[in-house]
Write a protein that binds this ligand. Sequence first.
Ligand code: ADP
Ligand code: MG
Length: 703
Amino acid sequence: MSSNNLLLTPIEYLKGVGPSRGELLRKELGIHKYGDLLNFYPNRYIDRTRYYKINELQNNVAEVQIIGKIINVKTVEFAKGRKRLVATFIDDTGQMELVWFQGHKWVRESLKLNEAIVIFGKCTSFNGMYNMAHPEIELWSEHQQSLRSAMQPVYPSTETLTNRGISNRSVSKMMQQLFLETQALFSETLPDYLIQNLKLIPKNAALFNIHFPKSAEALAKAQFRLKFEELFFIQIQLIMKNLIQKHKIKGHPFTKVGEFFNEFYQNHLPFELTNAQKRVIKEIRTDMGSNAQMNRLLQGDVGSGKTIVAFMSMLLAMDNGFQACLMAPTEILANQHFTGLSELANKLNINIKILTGSTKTSERRIIHEALENGTLQILIGTHALLEDKVKFQNLGLAIIDEQHRFGVEQRSKLWKKNHIPPHILVMTATPIPRTLAMSLYGDLDISVIDELPPGRKPIQTVHRYDSNRLKVWKFIRDEIAIGRQIYIVYPLIQESEKMDYKDLMDGYESISRDFPLPKYAISIVHGKMKPADKDAEMKRFAEGKTNIMVATTVIEVGVNVPNASVMIIESAERFGLSQLHQLRGRVGRGADQSYCILMTSHKLSADSKTRMETMVRTNDGFEISEVDLKLRGPGNLMGTQQSGVLNLQIADIVKDREILSLARAHAIKILSEDAPLQKPEHATLKAVYLELTKKKNIWNYIS
Ligand code: ADP
Ligand code: MG
């Protein structure tokens, strides 16, 4: 009989827990049932097989244990009326102090001089002498006899838990009780052949060793097994979701390549497509031509030419009698798409309009009507497109630009705009490392534009300190003199918005002084301006009427002014790598040599230095995002903040990316051979899968 039913027992029934502790466990750790406790894994282990010598100690290493003896004990007054107990502890390599701030009398009586003992605790050094405060002490003779697991687990905790007396030891005790009550008969979750092939340890053994490791080796095997399992089941769910979509969700098959597409391709294409663009258009065409709904992520570095791909996909929708829409994260960007795409659409007599928060009511009415009666073929816009009032006659393709600004929910909102969901194309310029893309967008098919249009000169990037500003300014004057335009960007980060705003305005004033009218004209754009004013300023800059654009990161995404050749980023150390890369992508869009200048102060953290060096070294967005992922971890990776990060129990996407690849490969293999999981050897797998999908939607992993 397996213990699995017992795992549904409420946690307060566990002996030694009870209602009040149960309440705490629920509130603080989300442990509701026996099963939750079982899956509550230690976040580190202390190696109790290792004994340190005093001369091996380093400051603030994790807890250590040392064998030695106490040779004297004294009470020291260290402040008026405040005493502490200090013992001198020696081994054959040196001496150190043991210190107690409380419980002197009782401690003093229990200390045995000149007898072999083992002390355990955290060491710090003070005035060249190591000391350990409130050590755990055990007689060596007793220590040798006491049974302990070699690696002692340390569980995650919270301040409230510690204050309410639920120590690491109490959690360990609960865990022991749990294993006792359930007899540790936990059923296997992975197919036998997979366990054999990958030499995994059984689930039972893994759970036992994660909580009570017999050795470092056993622990490593347990961790591998549980990490693999966790990632494997996420992949199974994601891939299954994708398969189900393909089967169940009928799309509009765009079977025709017709007049719009061909006319454009033959007569109006403004440039020769790159091979990557051609390949991706083909992928999209095939996908939309099938009976299933397309759900595709289009990744392409800044400036790789995603817009034309989007446009040509829209033409396919129209060739098949459908409408298309494109949603951008900001008004500036929506406007820009509208301007660019209108030019192309007008050549084909396509009716195209824009809808944003600032669209006038009268215009709105016209748009709503034209959408419903089908005379409006392409609608560009912002979040405004998601409003319920916006109804299409037959939306066939919805394109979302710069995915990371939108959540998953918005994606699905677009879906509901039609009886049959439209094909969805999500475009992102934030290159997401493959490993992360697999986990976050495992349900999407991925197309990559991995080639820049020809003739682009790589942007030259330099890092300059504030003290070099005069030289930088001279460089700007020279560039302006030959007709180029300049961006100067200031950080604007929400928490310190007031400060940043002041920095921006101070910067603007001093730039205005250094680049005075009438010789120079300066634009400024920031988040506090009215959309109409922002647009007017952007327009002036885009038309070449101003030389310098002083801005916050509102210009980060998508803005296209090919004549701008210099991007100066102020306080560059305050930006993340992806953001720096996005900003840099605003230049280098024309035929001229472009530059990016990262201005920082002299004081830089190690991470900031790495960021600057990476930017100077490479223009490759994928390489940059890999470094970013390593530096910051997936939780902070730009682009994952909104779309969410996997909320994993034991695996770590950054550190365990190899296990992730392995898990994904096996998940793909299994589902490509037996998608319904009908084979007898997949019975367990199917049961676990059904349990998981019943319990939580896959998107719950993505918090
Ligand atoms: P992004 O992928 O960043 O959205 P865009 O679609 O805005 O890039 O394209 C960047 C610039 O490159 C635009 O000015 C666009 O007209 C131009 N472009 C795109 N594809 C090509 C190509 N195949 N050849 C030449 N220029 C191109
Ligand atoms: Mg773009």
